[in-house]
Write a protein that binds this ligand. Structure first.
Ligand SMILES: Cc1cc2nc3c(=O)[nH]c(=O)nc-3n(C[C@H](O)[C@H](O)[C@H](O)COP(=O)(O)OP(=O)(O)OC[C@H]3O[C@@H](n4cnc5c(N)ncnc54)[C@H](O)[C@@H]3O)c2cc1C
Length: 454
């Protein structure tokens, strides 16, 4: 799809106006970046937060990814807390979050029928019914509002409509960045930089090592005027007929997880986390154009099929596709430590764990590029193998990484030291003080073999 580039032009050197001078500059206001900015600001730093779009939230709002999951270890131990929990509370207060009370977090058919269509299941567990766990169905517009509230409350300088384009590097420091705006190129200087772009834009521009991976991409969408009670009644009262129709629907859309529609906090509005489209490079404009055509075509096909065939969907209408293409994996840092699939699967504990997701632990070193002293990454592009990233990239763990990164940059500023020299125990202690679980104390099912742990 992408022709190899054959010709180049040379641009001239220019003077770029400096529009902001920050202690901490965060690029990307998705789940990881927002958490990093809030955490750094609450720890006393002057923070500038840069985002290319008008809205905050990244995949969680513009990408319309509408269930928070991977928050729970065995025994219903919630491992992503801190800013994640605060965010959920704020969403709930705005009527923008639905989740099972702890007494409903059980493994039985009654709870399955009550909660599975909210997406509140442990979808990684084999066997049916899957356990009902603490997961949260949320509204994307509420996510945008809560993000803005947090930014305003933490007195963060927000610069939207600003597209990061280049890191300014002197020796082993990122001294600032250039962003592209409608007013032309602008410079932002900073003492510490957090790359939360999801695609490692800043770290790769600064010369950090990375790998490029690929996973399915998805233009998710929502349908309105769905009679969800009727659709659920049909599913449970006519299981064989339902299975047949559901198989056909999944063929029409061309790839979906176990459930292709889920309920949302808005009555009659369902979220469709599909289609699965393999083979696209999430950073290539040409590929994204192709994916846009393909995704839109498939979703309209599914709508037509559902209206004609599936009870409850007779009056369904297209509410709209996500503003952003759903990109799961592109560049990933290869930093001071690279998290492996085995680390995630075996629940390997690290003495320098600073945050958690589900049952796994993230070492501080996996947020740090080699050879750059004042840059840290947070989110889906952290230092990880491609297969391990597929298991460790959900929204709450990315937020916990952001919260830890925010603490780390504040500590580095206080100590006037390189990020890799920050006292990890001090980060862990501050995470606990913020109500977050840094993973310093391994849970009973952790694999402990780090010599420092022994
Ligand atoms: C289709 C799909 C379904 C998913 N389903 C789930 C699910 O059910 N539950 C779950 O928890 N997770 C799910 N995920 C995973 C999850 O959404 C992401 O891994 C998570 O949002 C990553 O957060 P992040 O902050 O690292 O990156 P992102 O959410 O990608 O945020 C990055 C932010 O940086 C901004 N940005 C990027 N480049 C620039 C630039 N050059 N200049 C300025 N700003 C920039 C973006 O606009 C964005 O706001 C899903 C992902 C996809 C794609």
């Amino acid at each position: 799809m992408t022709d190899p580039i054959k010709e180049y032009v040379t641009t001239h050197a220019e003077q770029v106006p400096v529009v902001s001078d920050a202690d901490v500059l965060v690029i990307g206001a998705g789940p990881a970046g927002l958490s990093a900015a809030v955490s750094a600001a609450r720890n006393g730093a002057k923070v500038t937060l840069v985002e290319r779009y008008h809205h905050l939230g990244g995949m969680a709002s513009g990408g319309m990814v509408l269930v928070l999951d991977d928050m729970v270890n065995e025994g219903n131990e919630v491992t992503t807390t801190g800013i994640v929990s605060e965010f959920i509370d704020r969403l709930e207060r705005q009527g923008g979050a639905v989740y099972p009370p702890s007494e409903d977090c059980l493994t039985n058919w009654e709870m399955w029928q009550k909660w599975s269509r909210w997406g509140c299941i442990d979808f990684r567990k084999q066997g049916m019914p899957q356990p009902i766990v603490h997961s949260v169905a949320f509204d994307p517009d509420a996510w945008k509002r809560v993000s803005l509230d947090l930014v305003r409350d933490a007195d963060i300088e927000l610069r939207t409509h600003s597209w990061f384009s280049e890191a300014l590097v002197e020796d082993n420091l990122v001294t600032g960045v250039i962003v592209q705006t409608k007013l032309g190129r602008q410079a932002i200087r900073a003492k510490m930089v957090v790359d939360a772009s999801g695609d490692l834009d800043v770290a790769s521009s600064a010369g950090a090592s990375f790998i490029t991976g690929q996973f399915i991409v998805t233009t998710v969408f929502r349908l309105m005027d769905v009679d969800t009670a009727r659709a659920e009644a049909f599913e449970y009262e006519n299981p064989e007929e339902f299975k047949k129709l559901d198989r056909q629907a999944r063929r029409v859309i061309g790839g979906a997880w176990g459930m292709w529609w889920l309920k949302t906090p808005l009555p009659g509005v369902v979220w469709c986390n599909c289609p699965h489209m393999p083979g696209y490079d999430g950073m290539s404009p040409e590929h994204m154009v192709e994916a846009e055509f393909e995704g839109r075509g498939r979703m309209m096909g599914l709508l037509e099929f559902a209206r004609k065939n599936i009870p409850g969907f007779e009056n369904a209408k297209m509410l709209g596709a996500a503003e952003q293409m759903g990109i799961r994996q592109t560049r990933m840092l290869q930093g001071e430590y690279v998290v492996t699939k085995d680390d995630v699967a075996s629940r390997r504990h690290f003495a320098d764990s600073v945050c958690r997701g589900r049952d796994y632990y993230t070492p501080y070193r996996a947020l740090l590029p080699k050879g750059i002293d004042n840059l840290i990454v947070a989110g889906r592009h952290y230092s990880v193998e491609s297969e391990a990233q597929k298991q460790s990239r959900e929204i709450p763990p990315c937020m916990s990484q952001g919260e830890a990164a925010g603490v780390a940059v504040a500590k580095a500023l206080d100590a006037n030291c390189a990020l890799r020299d920050v006292d990890v125990k001090a980060i862990q202690k501050q995470m606990r003080a913020q109500g977050a679980d840094p993973g310093d104390v391994p849970s009973a099912n952790a694999l402990i073999e780090d010599p420092v742990d022994a």
